[in-house]
Design a binder for this molecule. Structure first.
Ligand code: KG4
Ligand code: ZN
Length: 334
């Protein structure tokens, strides 16, 4: 079964063809990072207009690389939320037009559920029950998954998402956009010598990253006034300390939930799961197997959307022409 996936929720226009939910036949991603970097963050209207320009060429390449014609495709899966409304509209409208023209089922996909499915595209098939940590630019969710479509959200962030905190801290330290890779890069030149706060929120699987973020803002302000000789290595040390504090909390709380729910595996997903320290620390500290997609499948892509769509189709979960965009969709709604 071949599913065409379409993704346009944020600043990546992507299309992919995936076979049986696990085999990537093509995975085309057109990133708008350069376009938005001059503004220091994503400008929603610029993003939707760029999706409009990129979506058809990206789609054509995805079909061509997969060696697939419309006749070979069994269904169209498209992200319909959460995300930027104007960006989502471009992908959903394209998917509807294709489903109508090619007379195929249309499947609306929750972007956060799709991130989890990036783990079905690796060498090892995930085993239920499992705990998944989804760490992206807009969300930090810890979920218990007992089967396909059986997802219970255990915890979420009470303030900034992990990726959002990385992006804000990078901006304060003058490291550029997107912040996650910039902090990771800068951390390699520094050491985690600053003791930043960690919010454990006892008795809850929720997260909070505003503490370390605010501590970095305060440090940056104080240190630019201090003008110490060691000043040049300071941003790298602060970056490394921030990265360490976020990773400590993510790994500790994920392991604790896995232990409490007696699951068989831990899955990481979302853009922040591309972070090497998070990947390594999770594997090192977990007594059970940890599955993590390769970095290109952690950040936004359409192969994960197509994979998720395949499992929806197998359960007969398809949508009608009333499929709408849902910018505020959460994992709590599955
Ligand atoms: O999942 P994603 O591509 O888009 C959303 O659904 O939000 O995640 C993007 C987020 C950004 O905040 C970015 O800074 C972060 O993931 N990110 C990273 C890394 N690569 C991307 N954070 C930490 N380390 C990285 N290597
Ligand atoms: Zn994402």
């Amino acid at each position: 079964m071949k599913i065409l996936g379409i993704e346009s929720s944020c600043d990546e226009t992507a299309a992919a063809v995936v076979e049986d939910g696990t085999g990537i036949l093509s995975n085309i991603i057109s990133s708008q990072v350069e376009l938005h970097s001059r503004y220091g963050g994503i400008v929603p209207e610029v993003a939707s207009r760029q999706h409009l320009l990129s979506s058809v060429p990206v789609l054509e390449r995805a079909l061509e690389e997969a060696g697939a014609s419309p006749n070979d495709i069994d269904a169209i899966a498209v992200t319909n939320g959460p995300g930027l409304a104007g960006s989502l509209l471009v992908g959903v409208n394209l998917a509807k037009a294709l489903a109508l023209a090619w007379e195929l089922p249309l499947i609306g996909i929750n972007h956060l559920e799709a991130h989890i499915y990036a783990n079905w595209l690796g060498h090892e098939t995930p085993v239920f029950p499992l705990i998944a940590l989804i760490v992206s630019g807009g969300h930090t969710d810890l979920v218990l998954m007992k089967g396909h479509g059986d997802i219970i959200r255990l915890g979420q962030t009470r303030d900034d998402a992990a990726g959002e905190a990385f992006d804000k801290v990078a901006r304060v330290l003058g490291l550029g956009y997107p912040g996650g890779p910039a902090i990771e890069q800068a951390s390699k030149e520094g050491s985690p010598s600053y003791r930043l706060p960690r919010a454990w929120i006892k008795g809850s699987d929720d997260f909070s990253f505003s503490g370390p973020k605010t501590a970095v803002v305060r440090l940056a302000r104080e240190l630019s006034l201090a003008n110490t000789p060691a000043r040049n290595s300071v941003p790298a040390d602060i970056a490394a300390s921030f990265q360490q504090s976020v990773v400590d909390v993510l790994v500790t709380k994920t392991s604790a939930a896995a232990n409490r729910h007696h699951v068989r595996q831990i899955l990481l997903a979302g853009g922040v799961a591309a972070n090497e320290l998070l990947r390594q620390t999770m594997v090192d500290r977990s007594p059970i197997p940890v599955l993590i997609p390769e970095p290109v499948l952690c950040t936004d892509n359409a192969a994960m959307v197509a994979s998720c769509g395949c499992f929806h189709l197998l359960r007969g979960k398809v949508d009608g022409w009333d499929l709408d965009v849902a910018p505020g969709l959460t994992l709590g709604q599955i």
